[in-house]
Design a protein around this ligand. Structure first.
Ligand code: P6P
Length: 347
């Protein structure tokens, strides 16, 4: 008997499904799909496998914390985040799927070379978020955001990036931790895949990830307390004195890698905060970038039932005005983010 559409749909969310099977089944469910998105994610996955391999041996292969050094073979040794950036650019510019890319590591847009095929997607990424943690062997990751090219004559490449976050067609991250994971959403829920290194496949391990209404963790660098305004201090003090649904105090957790802190809070429930440093002229809007950090994670968190604001408005409702625009970020369980945002607005 032919499986029903529901049975087929459920197959794409059956634990153990490979990411390839999942993407192909999702493609089957979308009559308009051309297969380009499936190929795009597949190219990102190959890049992530290369990065994961280097991250997992960072402490051994002269990459640890060095840049510009020459190894015993006389080759220039790339620092890990430079390696990750080059691995992504090299692979994605040849994919024929993109019209342009933007990387946290590159000040300008990365246009596709004239001699390479172009496609209809736009990719923004942070190649190795939290890379300062490499020397401490803490979790780090790659964050990506995918838009469809604006099909309109006369637009500059930059116009394809200066978009609202809600226009993203997909977003996700690779987490290089105790295992390597892919967490992504294409607008139909959030799904997590864990790399089985013995077969080199990402297997569905976390289907339809959803967050509780309230969490039990708050993540913020309290070393900056003196730089915050009074309302920000009041927000952090609120969570320090909050009790979770079991009457226990919220736990303070801060790895110093957004993607790792976000992932833990996504699974366990919590709020991550990177406020504006009103006293720091270098970080008046905080440290995190809208296009390759806040917007993709906001897309994920909303798909998981959470929320993300800049302390005033929904992150996905912000239209970027420059490529490396920074925004304050309050992201996590809906009730926690709502409370923080209300307090920051003086309510
Ligand atoms: P701080 C890493 O550099 C990063 O961009 C995020 O991954 C991380 O959450 C944040 O900065 C840590 O910043 O100022 O607390 O060291």
């Amino acid at each position: 008997m032919q499986p029903t559409e529901i049975q087929r749909a459920n197959q794409s969310y059956r634990l153990g499904t490979t990411i390839t099977e999942h993407l192909l089944l999702c493609e089957d469910e979308c009559p308009a799909a051309s297969g380009q998105f499936t190929r795009l994610l597949s190219e990102l996955i190959i890049s992530a496998k290369l990065i994961s391999r280097e991250v997992n041996k960072a402490g051994l292969a002269d990459i640890l914390g060095m840049t510009g050094d020459v190894n015993v073979q006389g080759e220039k040794v790339l620092k890990l985040d430079e390696f990750a950036n080059q691995a992504l650019i090299h692979r994605m510019e040849r994919s024929g799927l993109l019209c342009a890319m933007s990387s946290e590591e590159n000040s300008d847009i990365i246009n596709i070379p004239d001699n390479m095929p172009k496609g209809s997607y736009v990719l923004a990424f942070d190649p190795l978020d939290g890379s300062s943690n490499v020397d401490a062997n803490a979790s780090i990751g790659t964050i990506f955001s995918i838009h469809r090219k604006i099909e309109k004559e006369g637009l500059s490449s930059l116009d394809n990036f200066l978009r609202y976050g809600y226009e993203q067609v997909a977003a996700g991250y690779f987490l290089y931790g105790s295992s390597t994971m892919l967490v992504y959403s294409a607008g139909k829920g959030v799904h997590g895949f864990t790399l089985d290194p013995s077969v080199g496949e990402f297997l569905l391990s976390h289907q339809n990830i959803t967050m509780p209404e309230r969490g039990a963790i708050y993540s913020v660098n309290e070393g900056y307390t003196e730089y915050w305004d009074e309302r920000t201090r009041a927000v952090v003090n609120y969570f320090k004195s909050s009790k979770n649904e079991r009457g226990k105090p919220y736990s303070a957790r801060y790895i110093g890698a957004l993607v790792a802190d976000f992932h833990r809070n996504l699974l366990y429930g919590g709020i991550y905060m990177y406020p504006a440093d009103s006293q720091d002229p270098h970080k008046p809007h905080g440290k995190l970038r809208l296009l390759c950090e806040a917007a993709p994670l906001a897309f994920i968190v909303e798909q998981a039932g959470g929320a993300a604001t800049d302390g005033k408005q929904r992150i996905l409702g912000i239209k970027a005005t420059e490529l490396h625009e920074r925004v304050p970020l309050f992201i996590g369980c809906k009730a926690d983010v709502a409370k923080a945002t209300a307090m920051l607005q003086g309510e």
